[in-house]
Design a protein around this ligand. Structure first.
Ligand code: BGC
Length: 383
């Protein structure tokens, strides 16, 4: 691969890192820029990086590795922001513990029953922060950490490599976990997220990104008319605290069947006990895979209004479909609109919730000498 020469210029407070001219595709030149986004109470600086390929633009914060905005063209070529988020660092610090807009989630995305698990004969107790359970890495999960950032440039892409080392015992998880997450925006309008983690003691790990998508545009109201197709014949039904019951169930004949496309809202108010528990969809789907860890299509979502299409592919075994059921109109987002129930949908690619307590689920145990690696791609097009 050709080593690129990067020109760095200071513009106001922003540091512009511009791409070298490329003869291969002169139309869509990629760029990576960096600007100050604010400071935490302890003085730690937070930066915002903007990656663009000329058509799509994504803004990523070093705080929580948060995707703040993701601007994608509609069928007329007009760019619109398709993810929910906040305007200021203060909002993310004060309010993002509920929704986790756009954030990296770790060490364990989703729930662990009663915050407890046993590994190699030792029982660990995590913080309880969601009913009787532990959710999304505990009180100060990866979504609250300031990640080290390094721009990365490929032949056909621009990217940002984020690293964070979680020390042994942080949030009561064992082992020092070194995590790298790489966001890559390709020339073909795909946002790829690569996850990599290693440990020095046996531990558990489950990493995801918690973006809330609305392909008609952030702040445009409910996303119930989006058509969703999920490549999953099965899902993991939950108890009334949203912990999987254990057995894996078929979606056939239930409102959870998205094998062929359905509008998200078509059956969301059906009198189905699982939908009532989640206040809508808030469930893990077991992805159909020819073999474990294969990068395969998980979901395809089409917005009839804008014509935007998003295809989510992943190497992970599951995806949490969460239809923003707990947004209640009390949070105001980037465009100044209040967010309400159903205003977005999440497709959190992941290992199954509560895997450490479910021997029949794919293992989330990571040992020294092993690496956790996963890839998720959100690819955008129009129809
Ligand atoms: C969970 C929801 C939760 C949301 C925001 C999702 O991953 O499954 O129950 O409300 O994250 O915290």
């Amino acid at each position: 691969m050709r080593k690129s020469i990067v020109a760095v210029t200071a513009v106001g407070s922003a540091l512009i890192v511009s791409a070298p001219p490329s003869s291969a595709a002169p139309s869509a030149e990629g760029s990576i820029t960096k600007e100050a986004f604010g400071k935490l109470a302890d003085g730690t600086k937070v930066d915002r990086y903007t990656l663009t390929n000329g058509r799509t633009r994504v803004r990523i914060l070093t705080y929580g590795g948060i995707i703040q905005t993701l601007e994608v063209p509609d069928r007329h070529g007009h760019r619109g922001n398709v993810v929910l988020g906040f305007r200021t660092l203060k909002d993310y610090v004060d309010k993002n513990g509920g929704p986790y807009f756009g954030a990296l989630i770790g060490r364990y995305a989703n729930r662990i029953a009663k915050g407890r698990f046993t590994l190699d004969g030792k029982t660990y107790q995590l913080a309880i922060n969601n009913g009787p359970n532990s959710l999304h890495g505990g009180l100060k999960g990866f979504n609250t950490k300031v990640w080290k950032a390094e721009p990365v440039r490929g032949k056909d892409s621009v990217g940002l490599r984020l690293t964070y080392t979680s020390v042994d015992g942080e949030e009561h998880y064992p082992g020092t976990l070194k995590t790298t997450v790489t966001y890559t925006l390709t020339r073909k309008n795909a946002l790829q997220i690569g996850y990599h983690a290693t440990t020095d003691k046996a531990t558990i790990v489950n990493l995801t990104n918690h973006s809330y998508f609305n392909l008609a545009g952030e702040g445009s109201g409910v996303a119930y008319d989006h058509r969703l197709q999920l490549n999953a014949d099965r899902y993991t039904p939950v108890d009334d605290t949203s912990i999987p019951l254990g057995p894996i169930a078929s979606v056939k004949g239930t409102p959870f069947d998205f094998i062929s496309p359905h509008a998200i809202g078509e059956r969301i108010r059906d009198n189905d006990p699982q939908l009532l528990i989640g206040h809508g969809y808030d469930h893990n789907y077991v992805l159909n895979k020819p073999k474990p860890n294969a990068l395969t299509l998980a979901a395809k979502v089409t917005d009839p209004r804008s014509g935007r299409v998003m295809e989510a592919s992943t190497t992970q075994p599951g995806v949490q479909l969460y239809t923003a059921n707990f947004l209640d109109g009390t949070l105001v987002g980037t465009s100044g609109h209040a967010y309400r129930q159903g205003d977005a949908f999440c497709l959190e690619t992941q290992h199954f919730p509560d895997s450490p307590n479910k021997p029949n689920f794919p293992s989330t145990v990571l040992r020294p000498g092993q690496a956790f690696d996963a890839t998720t791609v959100y690819a955008f097009s129009t129809k």
